[in-house]
Design a protein around this ligand. Structure first.
Ligand code: ATP
Length: 453
C-alpha cells in the first residue's frame, strides 16, 4: 500500500469511527488543530494513564504536577524562548504561501533568483528567510498592550523548573528525584501537518529528573533505556523504533547530549520523544532571572549545588498516532476486506463488544445483564443490529480486542463465545468468568508497562 494511501485510510477511519475530527469542521476547519472523538479520547487517555503509571505511580522518586498554561512572561525570557524559539520563514511573493526556509521541497536558496517555490513553481519569488517566533501570544487583563502580553506555553517543562523547590520541599524528596507533568502545549508551527503528528495545539508528557552534577551522564543513559522500554511495552513493532542522536549542528547550545526516539511513520522516521541531558542550564537561568536561590543542600555530602536535569519529553498525540499506524491492517477474509486496529487490550478504547446472537429467546436480556456487569469494570459496547459478522467487523476496526456472543447455548449452560480480534479464534467461557478472562489478558506480562524500578 502506498504510504500516503495508508495515512488517507487512517484519517478516514479516524473520522468514521470517532477517533479524531478536524477542529471546527462545520466552519471549514482550523489549520492543524484536531479534536478527539469518543474512541480517540479513550485511546489517548489510556496512553497518558500508562505513562503516568510508569513514571509516577510505580516509582518512589517522581512526583506529579499540573502547572498552569499561562506563566509569568519572564519565564520565557529566562528559558530563551522569547529570543530563540524561532524558525526561519520564507514567503512566496507570487502565491503567498509560507515555508520553513529548510523545507526540503524548496529548490535553490531562498532570496536568490534561482530559488523555486514548491507550490506554484515560480522562480525568484521566495523572500530571504526571516525569523518567526513560534509562541502564541495573548493579553492578560482588559488592555491589549505590550506590558500585558502573556504566552501560551510552548512546552510543559518550564512549569516544572519553576516549581522544583515547591515540589522538593512539600514532598520531602531528595535529589535525585523527578517531576512529571502531562499537559497542553502550543506552537505556531509554520509547516504543521501529517494529521496529528505536527499540530499547533498538542499534549506533552514530560518528566524532568534532578540529579547531582557529575551523575547526569549515568542518569541520562538510564532514562534512555527506560523510555525505549516503555515504547516497546505499548506493543509497538520493535523494528519501527530507533534512536537518533543529535549531532553537533542539532544539539541545543546548552544541551550536553540529546537523543530522539523515532518511529517509522508512513511519512518517514520521525521523533516521538526526546531525551535530553540539559546540565544546569534551566535552573541556572531561572535563578539568574528570578533572583531566587534555587540551589539544593545535600545533607549527606554537606554541600550546595544546582541540580543537573535529565529530561524525557514525549508527545501524547504522536504516541497515539504511532498506535494507530502500527495497529492498522487490512486482511482478506472469505473474499472480504477486514480492517483491524490491532492496539493491545490495555490501550484499546473499548475492551469488549457484547452481542445477543438474535433478538429473541431471552438472549437480549442475558446479553444486557452481562454488558451492565462488565461495564462496571471496563468500557464495553452493546450491539444487537446486523449479522454477527458485521458486528465483529465494526469492533475490529475500533480496535476492540474481545467480542462476547450470547446464543442459544448460553440460555442452557451459562457460557458465551469469546471471539479474539487478532486471531479470530473463538472459545466458550462461563459467563461468570468472562470479566476475569478479559482482565487477565489486559494485565498479562506481554502488555505490562515497565516501571523500571
Ligand atoms: P520537532 O523537531 O518534530 O518539531 P521538537 O524537537 O521541537 O519536535 P520537543 O521540543 O523536543 O520537539 O518536544 C518534545 C515532544 O513534544 C516531541 O517529541 C513531540 O512528541 C511533541 N511535539 C513537539 N512539537 C509538536 C507538535 N507541533 N505537534 C505534536 N507534538 C509535538
Amino acid at each position: 500500500m502506498a504510504d500516503t494511501a495508508l495515512m488517507d485510510k487512517l484519517v478516514s477511519l479516524c473520522k468514521r469511527r470517532g477517533f479524531v475530527f478536524q477542529s471546527s469542521e462545520i466552519y471549514g476547519g482550523l489549520g492543524s488543530v484536531w479534536d478527539y472523538g469518543p474512541l480517540g479520547v479513550e485511546l489517548k487517555r489510556n496512553v497518558k494513564e500508562h505513562w503516568w503509571r510508569a513514571m509516577v505511580h510505580a516509582r518512589d522518586d517522581i512526583e506529579g504536577l499540573d502547572a498552569a498554561i499561562l506563566m509569568h512572561p519572564r519565564v520565557w525570557e529566562a528559558s530563551g524562548h522569547v529570543s530563540g524559539f524561532t524558525d526561519p520563514l520564507v514567503d512566496c511573493r507570487h502565491c503567498k504561501n509560507r515555508f520553513r526556509a529548510d523545507d526540503p521541497r524548496i529548490k535553490g536558496t531562498p532570496g536568490q533568483p534561482d530559488a523555486q517555490c514548491p507550490i506554484c513553481g515560480s522562480r525568484g519569488t521566495l523572500t530571504e528567510p526571516r525569523m518567526f517566533n513560534l509562541m502564541f501570544k495573548t493579553f492578560m487583563g482588559p488592555v491589549e498592550e505590550q506590558a500585558a502580553v502573556v504566552y501560551l506555553r510552548p512546552e510543559t517543562a518550564q512549569g516544572i523548573y519553576v516549581n522544583y523547590l515547591n515540589v522538593l520541599q512539600s514532598s520531602r524528596q531528595k535529589v535525585p528525584f523527578g517531576i512529571a507533568q502531562i499537559g497542553k502545549a502550543f506552537r505556531n508551527e509554520i509547516t504543521p501537518g501529517n494529521f496529528i503528528f505536527r499540530t499547533r495545539e498538542f499534549e506533552q508528557m514530560e518528566m524532568q529528573f534532578f540529579v547531582k552534577p557529575g551523575t547526569d551522564g549515568e542518569w541520562f543513559e538510564q532514562w534512555r533505556e527506560l523510555r525505549m522500554q516503555w515504547h516497546h511495552s505499548l506493543g509497538l513493532t520493535p523494528s519501527r523504533l530507533q534512536w537518533h542522536e543529535h549531532g553537533p549542528d542539532e544539539l541545543a547550545h546548552y544541551a550536553r547530549a540529546a537523543y530522539d526516539i523515532q518511529y517509522q511513520f508512513p511519512f518517514g522516521w520521525q521523533e516521538i520523544e526526546g531525551i535530553h541531558n540539559r546540565g544546569d542550564f534551566d535552573l541556572g537561568r531561572h535563578q539568574e532571572f528570578s533572583g531566587k536561590k534555587l540551589e539544593y543542600f545535600d545533607q549527606a555530602g554537606n554541600q550546595r549545588f544546582l541540580p543537573n536535569i535529565v529530561e524525557t519529553s514525549a508527545g501524547a498525540d504522536r504516541v497515539t498516532l504511532t498506535l494507530l499506524v502500527d495497529g492498522y491492517r487490512e486482511e482478506q477474509v472469505d473474499g472480504e476486506t477486514r480492517v483491524v486496529l490491532g492496539v493491545h487490550p490495555a490501550l484499546a478504547p473499548i475492551k469488549a463488544g457484547v452481542f445477543p446472537l438474535v433478538k429473541k429467546d431471552g438472549m437480549p436480556e442475558l446479553a444486557t445483564r452481562l454488558y451492565h456487569d462488565l461495564k462496571q469494570r471496563f468500557p464495553c459496547f452493546y450491539d444487537d443490529s446486523g449479522a454477527i459478522g458485521r458486528r465483529y467487523r465494526r469492533m475490529d476496526e475500533a480496535g476492540t480486542p474481545f467480542c462476547l456472543t450470547v446464543d442459544g447455548e448460553t440460555t442452557v449452560n451459562q457460557t458465551v463465545t469469546i471471539r479474539h480480534r487478532d486471531s479470530m479464534r473463538q472459545e466458550r467461557v462461563g459467563v461468570e468468568r468472562v470479566g476475569e478472562v478479559i482482565s487477565a489478558e489486559m494485565e498479562s506480562d506481554r502488555w505490562q508497562v515497565t516501571s523500571g524500578k
